[in-house]
Design a protein around this ligand. Structure first.
Ligand SMILES: NC(=O)c1ccc[n+]([C@@H]2O[C@H](COP(=O)([O-])OP(=O)(O)OC[C@H]3O[C@@H](n4cnc5c(N)ncnc54)[C@H](OP(=O)(O)O)[C@@H]3O)[C@@H](O)[C@H]2O)c1
Length: 230
């Protein structure tokens, strides 16, 4: 089984790669920094895992095409895509006086990048016997629980949730499950030291959605494998 994780040389992405590799997935660890990516992949290979590094900024359509071609040539298909790359938890920012560069970058990475990559790799996911797309979202993007606390981040994750519903519906006939997952508040560079959850705990729900069996759900929003409010 072949899996790909974005933004994966640190934080939840790296832990998701580890947990998938431990389940005997061949994992393509992607990221924007070759030195950090190669070194993270090498460390996992030295522990006996099958992990490849590829350069990927999720906003870059040329890199997405190159990645598509690499996977097509080497594996012929893709079973799991984890859209984990995320940026700008803009707490303390003001929705009435936003920083447009933050709004733009959060939207491009957290929403449009996940969309570009999902669309770009779809031909390979369609060749899987049972494809999965996992959108690493956040409770901050829940419309029912929406507050103006993190304006750019929340809007981008709400949009990612829309993408989840639309893709899940569009891909039902292709046997590809698409779900959004909130990992909870996790101790990473983004989550900070005060967060109650370890990366190991946070990644469990992501890996759950990546490894669902044929009876598993599609088009839902989950934390710890349980549905949460859109
Ligand atoms: N930590 C939490 O409490 C929490 C809660 C809910 C949801 N999440 C979500 O979980 C995911 C992982 O977050 P994390 O906590 O592990 O954060 P993190 O440690 O800050 O890691 C984020 C990763 O995304 C990468 N990234 C950012 N922009 C990118 C782009 N354009 N292309 C490719 N990679 C890019 C970063 O790479 P660079 O080093 O190159 O910037 C980094 O590897 C995010 O989607 C986040 O929104 C986290």
């Amino acid at each position: 089984m072949i899996a790909l994780v974005t933004g994966a040389y640190r934080g939840l992405g790296l832990e998701t790669v580890k947990q998938l590799a431990e389940k005997s997935y061949t994992v393509i660890l992607t990221g924007r920094n070759d030195e950090k990516g190669e070194s993270a992949a090498k460390a996992l290979r030295e522990q006996g895992n099958e992990v490849f590094y590829r350069n990927l900024d999720v906003n870059d359509l040329e890199q997405i095409q190159k990645l598509h071609d690499f996977i097509a040539e080497k594996f012929g298909h893709l079973d799991v895509l984890v859209n984990n790359a995320g940026i700008h938890y803009d707490s303390g920012h003001d929705v009435t006086n936003p920083d447009w560069s933050i709004v733009q970058e959060a939207t491009e990475t957290n929403f449009i990048g996940a969309w570009k990559l999902s669309a770009g790799l779809l031909p390979l996911l369609k060749k899987s016997d049972a494809g999965k797309i996992v959108n690493v979202s956040s409770g901050a993007g829940s419309l029912q629980d929406m507050s103006p606390g993190t304006p750019a981040y929340s809007a981008s994750k709400a949009a990612m949730n829309v993408l989840t519903i639309q893709l899940a519906d569009a891909l039902k006939g292709d046997n590809i499950k698409v779900n959004a997952v909130c990992p909870g508040w996790v101790r990473t560079d983004m989550g900070g030291d005060a967060a109650p959850r370890s990366v190991e705990e946070g990644a469990i729900g992501i890996v759950w959605a990546a490894t669902l069996d044929e009876n598993g759900p599609t088009g839902g929003f989950y934390r710890d494998g349980k549905p949460i409010n859109w």
